[in-house]
Design a protein around this ligand. Structure first.
Ligand code: SF4
Ligand code: SF4
Length: 249
């Protein structure tokens, strides 16, 4: 089984969404670093699947109309909240599809939920899809704490662990966030509606308070504890702006 087999299976499970896929070695030392940079309780690939050899990470872009709907106003748009709920199911189904494809070829695989696998006190998850995707070379972190991929940061991430050994992808050797690249942007911080994000700090609890407010506002949809104002209407919403700028020059 090749990388392309898995990429094709993922594309078939999310038709029309042009997902991005990255691969990391399960013994990449950065996974152990997650215990320091994310949480001491952060799992290793081996914890999720004994004998793990590869972590497969994927990014599913949100439809542009959904992102644009979340630009105006202080509250998360209904479309944004609904997309969050729907993509949780989409990510779960996509990961389970990859798991079945791997298992059909005799390889073990383990998946974790798209979200809500975090500690209710610290709000830190024990398996970060964002950090798995970073290690798998899908992008670099922006000031808004999101992974900026070649298709921007407005999308959802999933990952799974498998016993199949595949060659890891290289990580980008440069920043994707304009603030981290040359200090020329803080648009996400300016758009923050919860006084939670600035160049100096990110206040996770303030941010989550805004998300809970939106959950209440859209409670008929399910658990949509989201905001996303710092993702929508910014230079990195749909592209890697550093790469885009380098193409223009
Ligand atoms: S909006 Fe600007 S500063 Fe914020 S993450 Fe995107 S590129 Fe970086
Ligand atoms: S998600 Fe909302 S509250 Fe949280 S940092 Fe972004 S804009 Fe601010």
């Amino acid at each position: 089984m090749t990388k392309q087999d898995l990429i094709s299976a993922l594309r078939e499970s999310v038709p029309g969404r042009s997902p991005l896929v990255g691969f990391a070695a399960a013994d990449d030392p950065l996974f152990r670093e997650n215990k320091r940079v994310v949480s001491p309780a952060h799992a290793l690939p081996e914890d999720l699947l004994p004998g793990a050899r590869t972590v497969v990470a994927f990014f599913i872009p949100l439809p542009r109309a959904v992102v644009r709907s979340n630009v105006p106003g202080k509250a998360a748009s209904r479309e944004w909240a609904l997309a969050y709920i729907e993509t949780n199911a989409l990510i779960r189904d996509a990961a389970l599809r990859l798991k079945r494809v791997l298992e059909a070829e005799g390889h073990a695989a383990a998946v974790t939920p798209a979200t809500h696998n975090f500690d209710p006190e610290t709000l830190v998850s024990d398996w970060s899809h964002r950090h798995a995707a970073f290690i798998a070379g899908l992008g670099r972190f922006g000031l808004n704490n999101m992974l900026i991929t070649d298709s921007g940061c407005c999308g959802r991430l999933g990952s799974l662990v498998t016993s199949l050994e595949l060659p890891p992808d290289p990580r980008p050797g440069r920043e994707a966030c304009l603030f981290r690249h040359d200090g020329s942007c803080q648009r996400c911080a300016a758009r923050c509606v919860g006084d939670a994000l600035s160049a100096e700090r990110f206040d996770r609890k303030r941010c989550y308070a805004v998300c809970l407010h939106n959950e209440e506002r859209h409670r008929e949809l399910g658990k949509a504890d989201v905001c996303g104002k710092c993702l929508a209407g910014v230079p990195c919403s749909f592209v890697d702006p550093v790469r885009a700028a380098s193409r223009e020059t």
